[in-house]
Write a protein that binds this ligand. Structure first.
Ligand code: SAM
Length: 259
């Protein structure tokens, strides 16, 4: 069966997305490598070092929120950066995701591959990024979402919710696939996305449809300028254009501050 996502009624997108990530939860880390040819690791490192998260001398421990945190990649990198760069072992990471299987994988990794679980520095909670029901208003210092927001049904609502949960002065940061701004690379990218990735999805995960969906979701996500505008409309203040292209715009990092 082919999902035909563009014609899926609004109300069904959420359950389809849930299915996609349930199907890929265990092979997820491999899939990320396939989708980005391994470059997602570099992008995530860049994203975290640009944000430079961590408690500064004389201030309270911070509360981090990683939305659509999946298997914990970005959350772990943030805690690692806080520890190594700022000697911060007290700030707390809330990882949330709509999919319990992804979170279970993340929690397993947190226990076996990191010290954070034992040190009580991380929690995992099932939450829809559009509502974040369990996250109080004005409670977070940093909101991150990496390769997640394009899967949300109602992106403006998710941005309003991000604004709601951040403290004044809090930072919203998004890392997402975006629009390639190089003609040659764009042609290669189109071919790779629509021809190579679904086939690799079939070979690696025996799941062509989920990978096909991922490719289409990238295509349907608003381009850099448009997304920056949406962040602004949710009440955030941008500095400069509000985004930075990574690898010619294959991915982009957007940042907004709640003033
Ligand atoms: N942030 C992780 C990373 O960069 O490795 C995971 C990214 S993964 C491509 C996308 C994640 O978005 C999945 O774990 C999926 O369950 C989650 N997701 C999709 N829709 C969501 C929603 N409405 N609320 C919260 N999470 C959602």
């Amino acid at each position: 069966t082919h999902f035909g996502f563009k014609t899926v009624p609004e109300g069904q997108k959420e359950s389809l997305v849930r299915g996609v990530f349930s199907n890929v939860a265990s092979s997820y880390d491999v899939m990320n490598d396939v989708m980005s040819m391994g470059i997602h690791r570099i992008w995530k490192d860049h994203f975290v070092s640009r944000l430079d998260p961590g408690r500064r001398p004389g201030s309270e421990p911070l509360s981090f929120l990683d939305v659509a945190g999946g298997t914990g990649d970005v959350a772990f990198k943030i805690l690692e950066h806080a520890s190594k760069t700022h000697g911060d072992r007290q700030s707390f990471m809330n990882v949330v995701d709509i999919n319990p299987e992804m979170l279970a994988e993340g929690e397993k990794r947190a226990r076996s591959e990191t010290p954070y679980f034992d040190e009580n520095r991380i929690s995992f909670k099932v939450q829809n990024g559009e509502t974040l029901d369990a996250i109080p208003d004005n409670s977070q210092d940093l909101y991150t979402v990496a390769f997640g927001i394009r899967n949300f049904t109602n992106i403006p609502k998710a941005l309003e919710t991000a604004h709601r949960v951040l403290k004044p002065g809090g930072v919203f940061a998004c890392l997402e696939f975006s629009r390639v701004d190089n003609v040659v690379l764009d042609q290669f990218y189109e071919f790779y996305s629509f021809n190579v990735i679904p086939v690799m999805g079939q070979l690696i995960a025996n799941d062509r449809d989920s990978y096909q969906y991922l490719v289409e979701s990238i295509k349907n996500f608003p381009e850099q300028e448009k997304f920056a505008q949406m962040i602004k409309e949710a009440g955030f203040t941008l500095s400069g254009p509000g985004y930075e292209n990574l690898t010619f715009g294959v991915a982009a990092m957007h940042v907004g501050v709640k003033l």
